[in-house]
Write a protein that binds this ligand. Structure first.
Ligand SMILES: Cc1cc2nc3c(=O)[nH]c(=O)nc-3n(C[C@H](O)[C@H](O)[C@H](O)COP(=O)(O)O)c2cc1C
Length: 408
């Protein structure tokens, strides 16, 4: 699909969105990912914080490795060039976005903070960055598409039973709702044993244990907000369970029918069924990227699921250069994993990504600040990206992709 970067009056005068007095106050109080995560940890019950923060095994080694790999990317600045007109706009799959970062799909973020999906969809629409709604989001495909009509993408977790009847139905619904891009997640061929969730009793069937009740009692703001907004469910899956099913029945359906491998044959059939841009997510091997290109995918999201699937996986940013080389411009190569600040976007671009995504950076901002958290996170990414672009001497995203890395 040809990309165009036509004039956009909304985005013409960066930086956007302009912060108001309250936003400036929050900027002072919570200037970093760490400050937001700390507050999120204080506000969400322990089982919920752990669910999002942790990886698989003890100590979440792959989450730590992702950060380590990101920090290892050094960029060589160039000085003496005019940088007053830094422009972060970028075009992807035929649409213009305000900057090359979007919201990665998140399943059940509503247990960390009630209403997270809606808050982030609205913030993404306002900031004009992609919002990828998960199959197991807490709002339905139809609701999210309405909240973020210009930037909504749909992420599919396949439901293999009955010849993928329900996978195709989800895709049909996403098309009807106006999703711009279909993202098929490949890296969940089975359910990993996340030891933190096991220890916290966060499994299906979910049982309220005394410790869970104590956890909740110690988080009154979260408990009140959950009462106000209702307990989070996988709203897009309601269509596939009997009417009147409880949130636990829906979760049990997900447990039974999902979390299985989707094979390339089925990815190819989805490609045939989906008329717009299609991305495969969770790719780490150049041969798998090649396979996706052969099938006709428009994009490859290089990702290790934020370190949540496989402790021995390389970081996505480590595999990125080899995948970019193999794809050789035949598809757009995207990246996620440990994107915490604007500088990380630049690191991703300089390593070969055309666009980047983040999950926890957005989630912690919402869990820390509620409704204001979505805009807080998008503004922070924009502000930091602009400052770092100027610092290294580039004024466009195209130039940022040509930045020199120092590999030691
Ligand atoms: C709470 C949580 C839920 C997630 N749920 C999904 C999901 O439903 N589908 C999916 O493809 N990836 C899911 N992921 C992975 C993210 O989309 C993304 O690949 C990863 O978290 C990026 O790393 P980061 O959190 O360090 O930014 C989830 C991640 C988190 C933290």
């Amino acid at each position: 699909m040809p990309d165009s970067l036509g004039p956009d009056p909304i985005l013409a005068a960066p930086p956007r969105p302009a912060p108001d007095a309250e936003a400036l106050r929050l900027r002072r109080l919570f200037p970093t990912y760490g400050s937001l995560e700390q507050r999120a940890k204080r506000r969400a019950p322990r089982f919920a914080y752990d669910y999002a923060a942790n990886g698989v095994g003890e100590g979440s080694p792959n989450v730590a490795h992702n950060r380590h790999a990101m920090d290892a990317v050094r960029l060589v600045p160039r000085y003496g060039v005019p940088v007053a007109g830094v422009d972060t706009r970028v075009s992807l799959f035929g649409r213009d976005y305000a900057m090359p970062i979007g919201v990665s799909p998140m399943g059940n973020p509503g247990i960390v903070w009630p209403g997270t999906c809606g808050i982030l969809a609205r913030a993404a629409q306002k900031a004009r960055i992609p919002y990828i709604g998960s199959t197991v989001a807490n709002e339905s495909i139809e609701t999210l598409a309405k909240l973020a009509p210009d930037v909504y993408w749909f992420q599919l977790y396949a439901i293999p039973g009955e010849e993928h009847r329900r996978s195709f139905d989800l895709v049909r619904r996403a098309e009807a709702a106006g999703a711009h891009v279909l993202v098929v997640t490949m890296d969940v061929p089975c359910r990993p044993k996340r030891v933190g969730d096991v220890g916290n009793g966060l499994e299906v069937p979910f049982r309220f244990r005394p410790r869970t009740m104590r956890d909740i009692a110690m988080r009154p703001a979260w408990a009140l907000e959950t009462l106000r907004k209702g307990r989070p469910a996988f709203e897009s899956l309601r269509a596939y369970v009997p009417e009147g099913s409880s949130i636990f029945d829906i979760a049990a359906f997900g447990q039974r029918e999902m979390g299985q491998a989707i094979t390339w044959d089925w990815v190819a059939r989805l490609r045939d069924a989906w008329p717009r841009a299609m991305v495969v997510k969770g790719i780490l091997h150049p041969d798998d990227a090649e396979r996706a290109v052969q099938i006709g995918c428009d994009g490859i999201l290089v990702s290790n699921h934020g370190g949540r699937q496989f402790d021995a996986a390389p970081a996505a940013i480590e595999m990125l250069p080899a995948i970019v080389e193999r794809v050789a411009g035949r598809a757009r190569v995207l990246l996620d994993g440990s994107m915490r600040e604007g500088l990380d976007i630049l690191r991703g671009l300089a390593s070969g990504a055309e666009f980047t995504f983040a999950a926890r950076a957005f989630l912690w901002a919402v869990a820390a600040l509620g409704e204001a958290g979505g805009n807080h996170a998008t503004y922070a990414f924009l502000e930091e990206l602009r400052a770092n672009m100027a610092q290294v001497g580039v004024t466009t995203i195209e130039e940022a992709r040509g930045l020199e890395r120092w590999l030691g």
